[in-house]
Design a protein around this ligand. Structure first.
Ligand SMILES: CC(=O)N[C@H]1[C@@H](OP(=O)(O)OP(=O)(O)OC[C@H]2O[C@@H](n3ccc(=O)[nH]c3=O)[C@H](O)[C@@H]2O)O[C@H](CO)[C@@H](O)[C@@H]1O
Ligand SMILES: C=C(OP(=O)(O)O)C(=O)O
Length: 435
């Protein structure tokens, strides 16, 4: 189990560049299975989850070449389907959430897709019904081995149809889209997820020859084609990383420039941070956050009632930023309700913040009221364990703002999604070491 030692209470300064988006990378990498031709992908983040998926593709027989930092080429012209039945696949497939998106492309191109119950954050129930109901709607036969938690779908050919998803699942929509692009006829997906990473996937598939309409909306129309060809694709910057660095600047009261953020793909994120009182300025495609010596004040609603920050499917606020926003609120002036609607166990990490002296009332597993200290009292350094990726980065931000030396164990959770985190934080002045 890896550990960070953090000396907090130090102002940071300078520029930080977000990595390529983790959750986009996981979709895009699975899509290389849809063609025997070469697909070149740039801005791939060097993080544990993505590297695990690249290794899985290699075990499936995809020919992979590293072209430079973050750039790889993939050729899926000779796929070893036997690997899907192997014991090794049952172990590797469980290693991350994103592996679930191998199923759609495999089913579409090879008539079968299997997956063990995928891993990822332990943040409550994470069902897969939307994915498999979608494949069944396209004509696939489904089976599930309860003892081994092993899922399988098979179909000689997929047939396009209309479907209304029971929820706007992100990976579910990506998976069904990747199956439908090679189905016979037209597939209509209503209540589709439409976050920027899905838009990126659909645009890439269209460059490969797919016919997808409605990109960016919750109504996708996909006219199936016989085959897809190669393409080149560049990943967007990671919006969750961008939000993490905004939280970091606020909590350490630092002046920070976040470079090349792709503003137009950030949706509500900048405004949500502004509601929390952060002076967040647009400079070209950068976010500039000046030092805020007087702290930041949470806005109330027009009628004076207390602000709620809640997650919702895109274009709502992504749930992955709520832990970071909660930590930031502990030092704001004012109060806020954090409502994590999607996941059931993501707020339990507030216990650690309580140990550090934060004023939080956990009302139930989904809602927490945070009463900010307005920097009148700083958080106390402590020893903690990172329960999941976003709680992990939030605790790291808390530790960087706390006076004294903190330690965070189980930092593998943070490494799942943040590239060279300590190197990049040290470059802006943080005192952090991996021990
Ligand atoms: C690898 C990857 O891309 N992971 C992301 C993906 O996970 P993932 O695709 O697994 O998440 P889903 O979109 O399927 O759903 C997440 C959770 O929200 C619930 N739900 C979903 C839609 C809805 O309208 N209402 C609702 O309550 C689901 O029941 C589930 O518990 O999307 C999540 C939601 O943005 C993010 O937290 C994850 O980081
Ligand atoms: C929940 C997350 O990831 P995953 O879906 O990979 O567990 C996340 O990135 O915050």
């Amino acid at each position: 189990m890896g550990t960070f030692r953090i000396e907090g209470g130090i102002k940071l300064h300078g520029e930080i560049t977000p990595q390529g988006a983790k959750n986009e990378a996981l979709q895009i990498l699975c899509a290389v299975l849809l063609t025997p031709e070469k697909v070149v992908i740039h801005n791939i983040p060097d993080i544990v989850d993505v590297n695990k998926l690249i290794a899985l593709l290699e075990d499936l027989g995809v020919k992979i070449q590293k072209k430079g930092k973050g750039s790889y080429s993939f050729v899926a012209d000779d796929i070893n389907l036997d690997y899907l039945q192997s014991e090794q696949f049952k172990i590797d497939g469980r290693g991350l959430r994103g592996s679930i998106m191998l199923v759609g492309p495999l089913l579409a191109r090879f008539g079968k897709g299997y997956i063990p119950k995928p891993g990822g954050d332990k943040i409550g129930r994470r069902r897969l019904d939307t994915h498999f109901t979608g494949f069944i709607n396209l004509g696939a036969k489904f089976r599930y081995n309860k003892e081994e938690h092993f899922y399988g779908v098979e179909a000689k050919k997929l047939k396009g149809t209309y479907m209304l998803l029971d929820e706007a699942s992100v990976t579910g929509t990506a998976n069904i889209v990747m199956a439908a692009v090679l189905a016979e006829g037209t597939t209509t997906i209503y209540n589709a997820a439409c976050e920027p990473y899905l838009q990126q996937l659909c645009k890439m598939l269209n460059r490969m020859g797919a016919k997808i309409k409605g990109i960016g909306s919750n109504l996708l129309e996909i006219e199936g084609v016989k085959a897809l060809g190669g393409t080149e694709h560049t990943m967007l910057p990671d919006m969750i990383e961008i939000g993490s660095w905004i939280g970091l600047a606020a909590m350490t009261r630092s002046e920070l420039t976040i470079k090349n953020v792709s503003w137009d793909d950030l949706g509500q994120i900048p405004d949500v941070f502004r509601k929390l009182g952060i002076d967040l300025q647009r400079k070209g495609d950068d976010i500039y956050i000046p030092e805020q010596p007087d702290g930041y004040e949470i806005q109330n609603y027009i009628d004076g009632s207390i602000l709620t920050i809640a997650d919702a499917p895109w274009p709502g606020l992504t749930p992955d930023l709520l832990s970071i926003i909660l930590v930031m609120a502990t030092q704001a002036k004012g109060e806020v309700i954090i409502h994590q609607k999607m996941f059931e166990s993501r707020l339990f990490f507030v216990d650690k913040l309580l140990d550090m002296g934060a004023k939080i009332i956990l009302c139930d597993p989904h809602r927490a009221v945070v009463i900010g200290h307005n920097f009148k009292s700083t958080l106390k350094a402590t020893t903690m364990t990172s329960p999941d990726i976003r709680a992990g980065i939030s605790l790291l931000i808390a530790a960087l703002s706390a006076k004294g030396v903190s330690t965070i164990h189980n930092i593998e959770q943070i490494d799942r999604g943040y590239e060279d985190i300590e190197g990049r934080l040290r470059a802006i002045g943080a005192k952090i070491t991996r021990i």
